[in-house]
Design a protein around this ligand. Structure first.
Ligand code: A3P
Length: 290
């Protein structure tokens, strides 16, 4: 297997097979009852997918075990490199309501989602933990470009020279978009701090009314410990030549502040300076500050 190279679409580096399919992505026809989960990679996508699936199935764990997360019906990606199916063909044949996942920055999301006023849940994670998680993911996921050494990876991340582009443009773009569209913006750090509180927000947004018992079940089943052992959520069904779990498991640590084990003091300083420049002028604040 080989790692895909990146090519820009409107300045955003995307994996080649997605770029090749871009016309279809751009003209994708959303339906009014489509529901979108959007994230920058490694922000907690899988965690939120598991939560949404359970909330919609009112805590019925068996119903979420139909297939692994990456191929599970509701969470097809609009655009994903092979071997994960591009999603478009399948989505066109999928009955409503459809649940769709994307890592696209706001500006590249097919316009029909906004014309149809679709609901979106966005998950954001603080930049430092996000870059560390992405670095290990780029090592284990053999379809992503080779991350190279950490020292240079951190610079590429700050420049936005990684798949799906700049973390800054992503989190800020979606943050600003919520003034115009029905977007629930959730923070990974808040989910860690009080999962039940955040799951309640998801529940309300999805117009579901779950009892305390069911809510508690969702919290338990979507804990890091349980998901790490859940073959439907931990990507262990992906063959080694696509995801090499021996180099780093998909469910790696699931912590806030793990970046402290990775950054040198000099890297922290450099990152903080760049961060301050790039976040200037936005009112988007992450609780776990730099
Ligand atoms: P780490 O690499 O820091 O461990 P995504 O699903 O967007 O690819 O994000 C993956 C990251 O979310 C990984 O972070 C993974 O461990 C973490 N994660 C997944 N499920 C989680 C859970 N239930 N609780 C906390 N973190 C979780």
């Amino acid at each position: 297997f080989y790692r895909f190279c990146l090519e820009p679409v409107q300045g955003v580096p995307l994996m080649k097979p997605i770029v090749n399919d871009w016309k279809r992505v751009e003209s994708f026809q959303a339906r009014p009852d489509d529901f979108l989960i959007a994230t920058y990679p490694k922000a907690g996508t899988t965690w939120m997918q598991e939560i949404i699936d359970l909330v919609l199935h009112e805590g019925d764990v068996e119903k979420t075990k139909r297939a692994p997360t990456h191929v599970r019906f509701p969470f097809l990606e609009i655009c994903s490199p092979p071997p994960v199916p591009s999603g478009i063909d399948v989505l066109e044949k999928t009955p409503s309501p459809r649940l769709i996942k994307t890592h696209l920055p706001y500006l590249l999301v097919p316009k029909s989602f906004w014309e149809q006023n679709c609901k979106v849940i966005y998950v954001a994670r603080n930049a430092k933990d996000n870059v560390v998680s992405y670095y290990y993911f780029d090592q284990m996921n053999k379809t992503q470009p080779d991350p190279g050494p950490w020292e240079t990876y951190i610079e590429k991340f700050l420049r936005g020279d990684v798949a799906w582009g700049s973390w800054f443009d992503h989190v800020i773009g979606w943050w600003e978009a919520k003034a115009k569209h029905p977007i629930l913006y959730i923070f990974y750090e808040d989910m860690k701090e009080d999962p039940k509180r955040e799951i309640r927000k998801v529940m309300t947004f999805l117009e579901k009314n779950l009892s305390e018992d069911v809510l508690e079940k969702v919290v338990q089943h979507t804990s890091f410990k349980v998901m790490k052992e859940n073959p439907m959520a931990n990507y262990s069904s992906m063959p080694d030549y696509i995801m090499d779990h021996s180099s780093s498991p998909f469910m790696r640590k699931g912590e806030v502040g793990d970046w402290k084990n990775q950054f040198t003091d000099a890297q922290r300083k450099m990152f903080d300076e760049e961060y301050a420049k790039k976040m200037q002028g936005t009112d988007l604040n992450f609780k776990v500050q730099i």
